[in-house]
Write a protein that binds this ligand. Structure first.
Ligand code: ZN
Length: 285
């Protein structure tokens, strides 16, 4: 699932690609992925422009010129792919211009711009969605997100509050979007490893120093992952279909039965908070 670093990479790319371009045409191929009635969705996008692109947690917020907002959540396998021209013509024959062959059979929404470039919303497992909301609805949605790494609310005082009086395990806390926005399964495991703390630990029993270390490592890992344009483990790609480079830096995630890069102990995988969870039994206490 794309997490904060992947979604932020997409957001930054899209700013360069689609900002201030007039939307010419919208095609919905699977209505279930659009939370509004098809007609409403199309009517409010065609002729409109994306004037800014924001993000909260893993949710992309396209700010539209008509004061509405197009939300896009990629969930498990969603992709936003930008292709400059759908077809190129050579000697009277048309070719798909893109080597990755977009659009494909998982392209469920197409947004076509006045310069003939296209934004494709693909989603193999179809858990993702697009939705147009007004400002009031957006504000309500925003209240459901917790503190987010690399924003001004992400202070140690706010972070520490999340750990007191909670009997849940550390992994579940890190994944809870209503408390901490943007961290998913990959970075939760990497943060625990970097802080040398097992994801199974009960959060109200962590020491202040451990809580501080988790805070520092969260910022560090998220910042590094953004710099490497995210992690491609399954099917994440950026807006041009390219994979993320942080995968080389993963210490535990997806490395079960491999040796720990630090101590050579075999990385263990367990199920925790309903998710596959990886850790080093030697480095993490
Ligand atoms: Zn180790």
């Amino acid at each position: 699932m794309p997490e904060l670093p992947e979604v932020e990479t997409i957001r930054r790319d899209l700013i360069k690609q689609v900002l201030n371009k007039k939307i010419k045409k919208v095609i919905i191929k699977k209505s279930r992925l659009v939370k509004n009635p098809d007609n409403f969705f199309i009517k409010n996008l065609v002729g409109n422009k994306i004037v800014a692109i924001d993000r909260i947690g893993k949710l992309i917020i396209f700010v539209l010129q008509n004061k509405l907002y197009l939300l896009t959540h990629l969930k498990m396998t969603g992709q936003l792919i930008y292709v400059k021209k759908k077809m190129r013509t050579v000697g009277g024959h048309s070719y798909k211009s893109d080597p990755m062959n977009y659009p494909n059979k998982y392209t469920y929404v197409v947004i076509e711009f006045a310069d003939n470039s296209n934004l494709y919303f693909n989603d193999m497992r179809t858990f993702g969605y697009m939705q147009i909301v007004n400002e009031k609805e957006l504000e309500l949605i925003k209240t459901k997100f917790g503190i987010e790494p690399l924003t001004k609310n992400f202070t140690f005082a706010n972070w520490e509050k999340l750990f007191s009086n909670k009997k849940t395990n550390l992994k579940a806390l890190l994944l809870n979007q209503q408390l901490i926005a943007g961290i998913g399964n990959i970075y939760a495991d990497e943060i625990c490893f970097a802080a040398k703390i097992r994801p199974t630990r009960q959060v109200n029993k962590l020491t202040k120093q451990e809580v501080k270390e988790l805070f520092n490592q969260t910022k560090k890992i998220i910042r590094q992952a953004i710099a490497k344009r995210g992690t491609t483990f399954n099917n994440y790609v950026d807006t041009l279909g390219r994979t993320g480079n942080f995968v080389k830096h993963l210490q535990v995630y997806g490395r079960n039965n491999d040796k720990c890069k630090i101590c050579q102990t075999t990385i263990k995988k367990i199920k925790l908070a309903g998710r596959g969870t990886h850790f080093c039994p030697q480095c993490q206490v």
